[in-house]
Design a protein around this ligand. Structure first.
Ligand code: ASN
Ligand code: ZN
Length: 332
């Protein structure tokens, strides 16, 4: 099978990793032919087009720091590879559209750009280099978050405003956490924090907390009638909180060295169904039940339908799934 190669990447966040590359003439390229030909490009501070496809003479990429432009390419390429493998192995989905076709990644976008984004029009992910204390936005969780926007666009198509926008954002955070745990990379272990590697505020705090979203100062822990009127990155809070509660249960817990303390809005404890079950339920709900205008009440219905299909209506898992919704003030 000509073309499929395993390169060695020295990433910034994930240590030394094996990445899918391909050979072209006497050189190698960041073109993962085993995952839909997902390619990674260097924009070299540009903001349009694709810049140049990363190429290398010996198939060993990056040096683990920003002094080598290929390092961000390694992290982005690896994050896309993990996310591809997660969807395929855990959910049986072959690529973002389910058709085996890869997207592509672009790194070194613009100057001091402190963000990353998915675009439906290019079917691609783009990463900034950060600025000041904020590091390049190429960590595993950010890559999985952005790639999941592509999955949402090709499944439920949740409109990116109002409550459906919060659910769209939460879907990206939920699978960001799920991919990070699933990858089990020793340099970036799984957690229920989003963007903890980036240090976006320069004080060591993550962008978002799923056990108690309000810890960021703006996200909401529970549903309330005005939720649809706030920014989608904050109205995601209750659904992120649902995922944490369903996965791990309420109260205090320490996982991979991170301490969590998850409250419930109804004061009733929630018993965990486990992260893998929660992710299976959310994916099935997203891909088979949610629609563009699904709101929080609809998301509850969709996940209970999925839990019923997967585990049986009235099963312990089904009931605990419902309890996690009650804990964020949705349903009863
Ligand atoms: N990084 C952001 C996100 O994926 C970009 C945006 O606001 N859409 O949510
Ligand atoms: Zn997002």
């Amino acid at each position: 099978f000509q073309g499929v190669q395993q390169g060695t990447g020295n990433s910034q966040y994930s240590g030394q990793v094996t990445i899918g590359t391909s050979k072209s003439g006497s050189s190698f390229q960041l073109n993962d032919t085993s995952r839909g030909s997902h390619k990674t490009y260097n924009l070299n501070k540009g903001t349009s087009g694709t810049g140049t496809l990363f190429a290398d003479a010996d198939d060993t990429w990056g040096n683990g720091s920003t002094s080598d432009a290929a390092t961000a390419g390694v992290d982005a390429h690896y994050g896309a590879q993990l996310t591809w493998d997660y969807y395929k192995n855990v959910h049986g989905r072959n690529g973002i559209k389910g058709d085996g076709v890869g997207a592509y990644s672009r790194v070194h976008y613009g100057n001091n750009y402190v963000n990353a984004f998915w675009s439906d029009s290019c079917f691609c992910m783009t990463y900034g280099d950060g600025s000041g204390n904020a590091k390049p936005l190429t960590s595993i969780d950010v890559a999985a978050h952005e790639m999941t926007h592509g999955v949402t666009s090709n499944t439920a198509k949740l409109v990116y405003s109002g409550e459906s926008g919060g659910l769209n954002e939460a879907t990206s955070d939920i699978f960001a956490a799920a991919v990070e745990f699933w990858a089990a990379n020793p340099s970036d272990k799984g957690d229920y924090l989003v963007g903890e590697k980036i240090d976006i505020r320069g004080n060591g705090t993550p962008l978002r907390y799923m056990d108690k979203p309000s810890k960021d100062g703006q996200s909401k822990d529970s549903w309330y009638s005005g939720l649809g009127g706030i920014d989608v990155h904050y109205s995601s809070g209750p659904a992120n909180h649902w995922f944490y509660l369903a996965s791990e249960g309420s109260g205090q817990k320490e996982i991979n060295g991170v301490k969590y303390d998850s409250p419930t809005s109804d004061g009733q404890p929630v018993t965990a169904i486990g992260r893998d079950n929660a992710a299976k339920i959310w994916f099935k709900a997203l891909s088979q039940r949610m629609q563009s205008n699904t709101n929080y009440a609809g998301a509850r219905d969709a996940t209970l339908w999925a839990a019923g299909e997967l585990f049986g209506v009235g099963s312990e898992t089904y009931n605990n799934t419902a309890n996690a919704w009650a804990a964020i003030n949705v349903g009863s």
